[in-house]
Ligand binder design. Structure first.
Ligand SMILES: Cc1cc2nc3c(=O)[nH]c(=O)nc-3n(C[C@H](O)[C@H](O)[C@H](O)COP(=O)(O)OP(=O)(O)OC[C@H]3O[C@@H](n4cnc5c(N)ncnc54)[C@H](O)[C@@H]3O)c2cc1C
Length: 514
């Protein structure tokens, strides 16, 4: 079977996209794969171009494995010059392209494109420089997140943003998704920890945004690249900030007999003026699944647990731990344990970080949602998610960055059972609708990808979406970089019925091209 015949079950990114509205897309249908492969072979050794279905199978999805498509072609460049040449070639031949880091994304951002190239950045895995004096590191985008902190540890430094996928995910992917993590409450998201990025534009031009100094003049295009999900350019180099390792860090693990009470305790901790390094919440389902898997010492009878890490100078941490303990008790914690050693602190976090994979032990599939709400609404929203779960008949496990108000309801389903994925998606959309209703957003850190295009129509109006399209058009007028992801076409939103779009807007080529 030809690869183009092997499409997966569904591609929400394509809903509502008609070929007639997408000139680049109709042009690219005529590109012959073998002829294009031959042209790529002028740039890359044949071993770095994959076209055999079995070789390309590992690239057919990212962490959102419900959506799959066998790639048309996969390329594995090793140098910036090769990336530039590949993009120039795609530009010339009107072939779309999706950059891929480690493929751990949870919104289908790296899902292969129909008749498009998957550009794997896996070989860009070198830490180019650690400048300990200036607390900076210059890295290639394929460097694993955890590898950077491991290397910086020699200098007593570390890289703060720590997604739970940090042993696998790449720094380039982190920038493209503006990833968060357990320690982002205190130390900021990826965007707050990156000083400079170098990207290759679709026409092969190399551009550098930001600088190694405190500020740069002009529009803040460094921030724009963060969370751009591979739609504006391919990131080929990143300069990040490194932080000194704190003198000490300790974790309080507090058990609660109601999840709503645990949610209220999180709000109370922040309201008390404390700024924990990490503040996470897990519900009963995730506590039990994780404990069976990792044996982190979690209280399996609790309805919820809160993990609260405090870091800094020893005396300050001692005082903060006492204050946090008092707040947690006042909010109804039934049991509190404190990490007594670095090994125990790591064990407490190991459970939290393994919570997603642990779901694989209790359900055939899980669908990880990612929405953000104002923290003070946590108790109320968690209660309503439980109601939605009961109504849909699908269990939901909650494990999330509570201090940031960043929810991760994990909807458990069985993709082999007819209709269950549809129900999981409907439940997910309902939860995201609730996030918007209470003043939050449809993503905290996992991006939009193909998964949340419809929710973007609920989050934004026509004017904001038109602005996104104009930005895209300024970087990639042909709409060849990761088309069909992250930003819905206005027509799609109009079809969903939630948006009044002027006919003139729809006819505007800049708004319809990708
Ligand atoms: C178990 C698990 C836990 C997770 N926990 C967290 C968490 O705590 N916080 C969090 O934020 N995320 C989390 N994630 C999601 C995911 O790990 C992050 O989104 C991560 O940043 C993706 O990195 P990646 O290298 O795997 O990127 P990929 O999945 O390969 O790509 C993600 C997006 O980035 C684009 N991209 C990748 N590399 C480049 C590049 N060099 N140039 C331009 N665009 C590029 C792709 O086109 C795609 O749109 C988790 C995922 C899993 C599976």
């Amino acid at each position: 079977m030809a690869p183009e015949e092997m499409s997966g079950p569904r591609f929400p990114g394509e809903m509502g996209m008609s070929k007639a509205r997408n000139p680049s897309r109709s042009a690219l249908q005529t590109v012959d794969r073998e002829a294009f492969r031959a042209r790529l072979a002028e740039v890359l050794p044949p071993s770095d171009i994959l076209s055999d279905p079995e070789d390309m199978r590992p690239y057919e999805c990212d962490g959102l494995s419900a959506y799959r498509r066998l790639p048309w072609l996969v390329v594995l460049p090793s140098t910036v010059e090769q990336v530039q040449q590949i993009l120039r070639l795609c530009h010339e031949e009107v072939v779309p392209l999706v950059a891929r880091g480690a493929g751990t994304g949870l919104s289908g951002g790296a899902l292969p494109l129909d008749h498009g190239v998957v550009l794997s950045m896996a070989r860009f895995d070198r830490i180019l420089e650690i400048d300990a004096d200036n607390r900076q590191a210059r890295v290639q985008p394929g460097v694993r997140n955890a590898a950077l902190s491991e290397a910086a540890a020699t200098y007593g430094l570390y890289y703060a943003p720590d997604p739970s996928s940090q042993i696998a995910c790449s720094i380039g992917g982190n920038v493209a998704e503006n990833s968060g993590g357990v320690h982002c409450l205190k130390y900021g998201l990826t965007v707050h920890n990156v000083l400079q990025v170098t990207v290759v534009a679709m026409d092969g031009e190399l551009m550098t945004f930001g600088s190694r100094a405190l500020d740069t003049p002009g529009y803040d295009l460094l921030a724009l690249i963060h969370g751009s999900e591979g739609l504006l350019g391919v990131i080929v180099e990143i300069v990040v900030k490194l932080l000194p390792q704190p003198e000490t860090a300790r974790v309080l693990m507090a058990a609660f007999d109601r999840i709503e009470t645990a949610g209220a305790a999180v709000s109370a901790l922040i309201a008390s003026g404390l700024l924990p390094a990490g503040l996470e919440l897990m519900d009963r389902l995730s506590i039990r699944a994780t404990e069976d898997f990792v044996h982190a010492g979690y209280p399996v009878d609790a309805a919820a647990l809160v993990l609260c890490e405090l870091d800094g100078l020893r005396e300050q941490v001692d005082a903060d731990i006492d204050r946090a303990r008092a707040v947690l008790l006042a909010e109804g914690a039934t049991e509190i344990r404190e990490s007594r050693s670095e090994a125990e602190r790591k064990r407490f976090w190991a459970g939290r970080k393994a919570a997603f994979p642990a779901m694989g032990r209790i359900a055939a599939d899980y669908y990880c949602m990612d929405g953000t709400i104002p923290r003070r609404r946590l108790a109320d929203v968690l209660g309503r998610i439980a109601e939605f779960s009961a109504e849909s008949g699908l269990a939901v496990a909650n494990v999330f960055h509570a201090g940031d108000g960043n929810l991760h309801p994990l909807i458990l389903y069985d993709g082999e059972q007819p209709g269950q994925l549809d129900r999981a998606e409907a439940l997910g959309a309902r939860i995201l609708g609730l996030c918007i209703e209470v003043g939050g957003t449809i993503t905290g850190e996992h991006g939009v990808g193909v998964e949340k295009l419809d929710s973007m129509c609920a989050q934004f109006g026509a004017a904001e979406l038109a602005c996104f399209h104009a930005v895209k058009n300024a970087f990639d007028p042909e709409g060849l970089l990761n088309p069909g992801k992250a930003v819905p076409v206005l027509a799609r939103c109009a079809e969903l019925g939630g948006m009044h779009v002027h006919h003139g807007d729809l006819a505007h080529p800049e708004l319809e091209r990708f």
